[in-house]
Structure formats: structure tokens, C-alpha cells
Ligand binder design. Sequence first.
Ligand code: SF4
Ligand code: SF4
Ligand code: SF4
Length: 281
Amino acid sequence: MVIIVFIVIGLCVFAYKEQAKYFFLFAVIGIGTAFGEWLTILIPAKKQTIRRIIQASVGGMLFIGLSLYGGVNFQFTQIVFGCFYGVVTGALIQFIIARIALPFFIGNYFCSRACWDGAIFELVQDKIPKPKHPRKRNEVIAYSYLIGLILIGTIVSSINNPAINEHASRYWIVGENLVLLTLGIGLSGFWGSRIYCRTFCPFISVSGLFSKFSVFKITPVNSINCTACGKCNNACPMLVNIRESVKNNKRINSKSCIVCEHCVDACPEKCLKLSPDLPWK
Ligand code: SF4
Ligand code: SF4
Ligand code: SF4
């Protein structure tokens, strides 16, 4: 499935950029990711290390290879720039496949396996002391930020649209990533790990809506053994209340879940598993 997803993205970017190297790049990313996932099944004790290697490699290739070198902007504002210019951009293709189609299969998988900003947040999250009262996701802030980005994109499109100006596009790639990394890392000391992901990111605001209907979700498998120790909740970077779901024998339906499986690994009673089931369960 992972290979198919990346090959489809590769074909779309190939059609858009008319350069075969993009198809091969995505095919390699897909095969590498699938191999990494297979390794996590083979060596479960190293699951988190392998996942972080997958995320750093895929995110690094997308950001350094495609964004900085290839000039393909994947940031949210680029979707707005493309719409105003009337072109299909890499950002729109990535948005439709990774943030709308993929979540019906495996939720916000992109966030824990491919996002380069997420890879940096993961690197720093263990080094920043946990605040006493981390901030929960706030829908008003999340959707205001998304609307704000659409407004900024609209204004910029009418002045000097980066969808047709490669120099402007590169400034946006570097500038927007710097802003969101500064916001995410700067606030995490006060509001907790992955604060940008939980409260601001426009991508998860959209993909989270569909991830509720995902085939694969974190699922309680041994609820009866749960001792309510709370280790799963403590391990979750997105502040999902996993313990409550296990208590009610319900799958994790939170739109914030990024399928990182930290909760699965933290549970001493092996009460949790990433498994498939009917999407509405
Ligand atoms: S929520 Fe946004 S910034 Fe965070 S990992 Fe997902 S896509 Fe990246
Ligand atoms: S720790 Fe579990 S519930 Fe929290 S984001 Fe990761 S997979 Fe989802
Ligand atoms: S870590 Fe396991 S045993 Fe502890 S509360 Fe979570 S599900 Fe229950």
C-alpha cells in the first residue's frame, strides 16, 4: 500500500513537472518506507528508532531534494498560490493524496513518517522539559490559523504569485518553514510537545477530519488487562486520552492521532495495537 501511494504521487509529480526523475524519487521513497515498516514488524524493539529514521529520510528527501533543490513548494500557502494562478502544483497533489486519500486508510500517517517539520519536532521533544499544563488542541485557533494562511496566500497571489515565480517560491519554502519551526519549538516549552502540530498545522486540521474514518487505528486488544497506569497518555505527544478509550474498549478516534505508536510501546500490559477494522468503528 505504501509503495502504491508513493508511486501514484511520483506519477502525478512526473506528469506535472514532466521529468522522470521525480517518478523514480517517489518510487525509491515508497520502497524504502515499505522496507522500514517491514523491519519494524521484524524488530519490534527498535520500532521507534526505525520510524524516526524513515521520517528523517523521507522528510529530508522531500524537503532538501524536492523543495530546496527542485523548487517544489509543498507548504499550505502554495495550494492557494496555485489555485489563484489556475495551475495544479505539487502541493495540491501532495495534499489530495497524503492529506485526503491516505487518512481513510491510515489516518495522519504522513505526520509520523514523512513530514520534515515533524521530524525536527520529534528530535527536540525529548530535550524540552514537559510543562505542567500542556495545552490541548484548540479548534478555534486551528481553523483561524488555516483561514489566516488562506488570506495571506490570497494577498500574496495578487501581488507577486510564487506559483509562477521560482525565486519567490524558494523564499516561501524557507520562510514558512522557519516561521512554523520557530513557533513550534518556541511554544513547546510552555504548551507541550508538538504544539504546532496540535494547535496550528493546517494539514492535520484537514487530514484529521478524514482520519476518523481510517481503516487502521490504534485499537485496544486487551482492555481487561488495563491497570489504568496512564503510561500511554504520558507517552502521547499529541495529548490523546488513550486510557479513556481503552477503558471503554473503543478504538482511538482522535483527529490528533499521528499513528506514531508511542502509546503501543509504552503500555506494559500490551493492551494496544495498530490494527485494521471497519472505518466507522
Ligand atoms: S501536524 Fe503538520 S507539522 Fe506536524 S507532523 Fe503533521 S504535517 Fe507536519
Ligand atoms: S501515542 Fe498513540 S494515540 Fe498518541 S499520537 Fe501516537 S499513536 Fe496516536
Ligand atoms: S499504558 Fe496500558 S495499562 Fe496503562 S493505562 Fe494505558 S492501556 Fe492501560
